[in-house]
Design a protein. Structure first.
Length: 331
């Protein structure tokens, strides 16, 4: 199998790798300033900031859709900050649990706990503190439901996905991906104090999007996962089976995106239709390449999945801010 280049690391749901800057920071400990800087950056790295990007991007359109035609900038920024602390908590605790396999996988060998840049106990306290702060902040700045949902998300990601599913079943990213879908629920709850069908559809969009996004990356790094004993689908199944599943979940993602059209306007409808067609084209292209025995580039799909979610979220955000008539209002 011939694959593309290693990614620099992308958003939601994607395992972040170690970068050249991590190596530089790891070596720069000869001076007091160097040690302080190295420690600060190590704690920042625990939160996996690149993984949080798309989580926060998905929160904004959910909040704008919940308050269509209006922008409460203070509430949005407050919710993003609380959501960032929640995601940072979950990622830090994930690093604590996964420290042993991070040492084995080349892609994660320079993470803070893998290279012992931060004591495990300190990382655990750091993660728990962020979780508590996230709950208190969202309860104070938004409402109790938003705070409760972020705590539920952290608990599910760490206790269910990381500690149970990840090392035991190939369906790990399917069900574990539910944690990555929760920011849209938190954002909606922060605005309305309740939940309805729209955030459920947004949840499903990201839920179905996560497997093809993650499996495409896992196809590129399946030897890493195999060495660490993580049963990702590309490790235990043929490329034909993996790419077939990618196509199925890509279709589910696009259909879920279209299901939100009645609650939005023409801008979202056009954007999601065009973006979905391109996403499906790349997914089918990968599957057909495997079937035909041609060289494949799974990272092309990985990157396209990031682009798809970003474009759909931006389209929904713009559509919601303008507040034009929804598609449902015409019927």
């Amino acid at each position: 199998m011939r694959t593309g280049h290693r990614p620099s690391g992308h958003g939601f749901g994607s395992p972040g790798g170690a970068s050249a800057s991590d190596s530089k920071v790891a070596r720069d400990t000869t001076t007091l300033w160097g040690r302080v800087t190295s420690t600060i950056l190590a704690y920042v790295a625990l939160t996996k900031p690149r993984v949080i990007e798309l989580l926060l991007v998905a929160t904004i359109p959910a909040m704008l859709l919940a308050d269509r035609g209006h922008i409460d900038l203070v509430l949005i920024l407050s919710t993003l900050f609380g959501g960032w602390m929640g995601a940072a908590s979950a990622n830090s605790l994930n690093c604590v649990v996964d420290a042993d396999i991070d040492k084995v996988m080349k892609r994660t060998a320079l993470r803070p706990l893998a290279r012992q840049a931060v004591p495990t106990k300190h990382a655990f306290i750091f993660g728990m503190t962020l979780g508590v702060a996230s709950f208190v902040w969202l309860w104070w700045r938004a409402n109790l439901l938003a705070g409760f949902l972020v705590v539920l998300t952290i608990a599910f990601y760490v206790l269910v996905y990381t500690m149970v599913l990840k090392r035991r079943t190939w369906q790990n990213v399917i069900w574990g991906g539910a944690a990555g879908c929760m920011p849209v629920m938190v954002g909606w709850a922060a605005v309305t104090g309740s939940l309805s069908w729209e955030p459920v559809v947004l949840f499903l969009i990201i839920f179905f999007w996560t497997p093809p996004h993650t499996w495409a990356l896992a196809m590129r790094y399946k030897e890493d996962y195999k060495a660490a004993g993580v049963p990702m689908l590309p490790v235990i199944a043929s490329e034909k089976h993996v790419t077939k599943q990618i196509v199925i979940y890509t279709w589910a993602t696009v259909l879920a995106s279209l299901a939100l059209v009645p609650a939005a306007g023409w801008i979202y409808a056009v954007v999601t239709l065009l973006a979905g067609a391109w996403f499906l084209f790349v997914a089918h292209q990968l599957y057909n390449s495997v079937r035909g025995g041609a060289p494949i580039k799974p990272l092309k799909l990985f990157l396209q999945s990031n682009n798809y979610l970003a474009v759909v979220c931006c389209g929904l955000a713009v559509d919601s801010v303008l507040g034009w008539n929804t598609i449902a209002s015409y019927f």
